[in-house]
Design a protein. Structure first.
Length: 367
């Protein structure tokens, strides 16, 4: 697998943005806000003492609340830090209903990947997703617009699949819209590793003492049949129930993954205006007094496909996003994904020609 930055992709978490700005109704049962903001290290747990059917162990949002202010598109799902390996599979479901029809809930189409949409650990059989490993699952699908109220994981009827007895976990349920940069960044980009969690000091006698507070991203907690252990973010792990636990090389090891926190200093030259800015930076589709609004089109900001969308919907980089430096098949190894933010005041745009811009930014992996 290459380590080059080719055409980067930003996965933007829409429910987290809407929750942070008070735009989404909320029910904190079955995970709720604990599944937002990509705080994956300590997952939400759902324990079952026996096999269960027609159960929703994890969900975000509230399908009965009628305060949704706009429709918005989604085109990817990421399940971070899960132990949901399942030989038969489960569904990821979105529910929506118009704010003026509170009782008319509809179950939206299951989020099934497009032909090339299986990005990481996302095997599908029809509408059922069946991850081969525990850890992270990420896939993309054709964009779907709706007045989304709730996203959930659902185990269906006995004829389909059941949630097996045990301790089930999910660190974060990420649903949103990704943005592919229009081209590769300039060749003079910089990728560095930060070890700012290691502090050194000299003693009076001249020796150097080092204190290691952290040496990379926070490891994630995995609950298995044989106990709890830590593992590096985004790595995949064989379920202990289907592998010889004595086979050391098939299990993830705490402290033996990638070290340091990555930072990327990227510049994109000659970016067209349509790839840089929102066409209309307004909150609805009433653009001008002589233009009829498009009732079927979502909010201009949420449906936009530009750098402006990423910047707005992460609140200037305050909210985390998943960063993939290479969106091709070569960039789908687990070590190619990271949870990041933009470094404060690093996003800069310069006009270099008519309707043409240069944009630079620094992206920092979170500890």
């Amino acid at each position: 697998m290459g380590k080059q930055v080719k055409t980067p992709r930003f996965y933007v978490d829409m429910p987290t943005f809407l929750h942070a700005t008070g735009q989404l109704g909320w029910d904190d049962s079955d995970g709720g806000a604990e599944l937002l903001y990509m705080n994956c290290a300590n997952p939400y747990l759902y324990e079952s003492t026996e096999s269960e059917n027609q159960v929703t162990p994890f969900k975000i949002g509230d399908s009965t609340n009628n305060i949704a202010k706009t429709s918005f598109p989604v085109n990817f799902v990421a399940l971070l830090n899960h132990n949901l390996y399942h030989p038969e599979g489960f569904r990821v479901i979105g529910k929506s209903n118009y704010p003026w029809e509170t009782d008319a809930q509809t179950e939206a189409p299951r989020f099934v990947p497009s032909e090339t949409g299986s990005v990481l650990n996302s095997n599908f059989s029809g509408q059922l997703i069946s991850p081969q490993y525990n850890g992270t699952t990420l896939y993309t699908f054709e964009s779907q617009d709706a007045y989304w109220r709730q996203f959930s994981i659902y185990y269906g009827t006995p004829e389909e699949q059941a949630l097996e007895a045990g301790k089930h976990q999910l660190g974060s349920l990420v649903v949103g819209k990704y943005f592919d940069c229009p081209n590769s960044p300039d060749l003079n980009l910089t990728m560095s590793r930060r070890f700012d969690g290691i502090k050194s000091q000299k003693t009076i006698g001249g020796k150097t003492l080092s204190n290691i507070y952290y040496d990379g991203p926070t490891e994630w907690t995995m609950n298995g049949p044989n106990g709890t252990y830590k593992y590096p973010p985004f790595e995949l792990d064989y379920p202990e129930s289907v592998v010889n636990t004595n086979d050391f090389n098939q299990k993830v090891k705490s402290g033996l993954g990638r070290k340091g926190l990555r930072s990327w200093n990227l510049t994109f030259s000659y970016i067209a205006e349509s790839d840089m800015w929102m066409e209309n930076e307004v909150s609805n589709n009433v653009i001008a007094d002589n233009v009829d609004p498009d009732e079927d089109k979502p909010s201009p900001m949420l449906s936009d496909n530009s750098f402006n969308f990423v910047w707005n919907c992460t609140l200037g980089g305050t909210l985390p996003f998943i960063f993939q430096p290479d969106n091709s098949e070569d960039g789908r190894n687990p070590d190619q994904f990271s949870i990041c933010t933009f470094r404060e005041n690093s996003f800069s745009v310069n006009q270099v020609a008519f309707n043409t811009y240069s944009v630079s930014m620094t992206i920092d992996e979170l500890a």
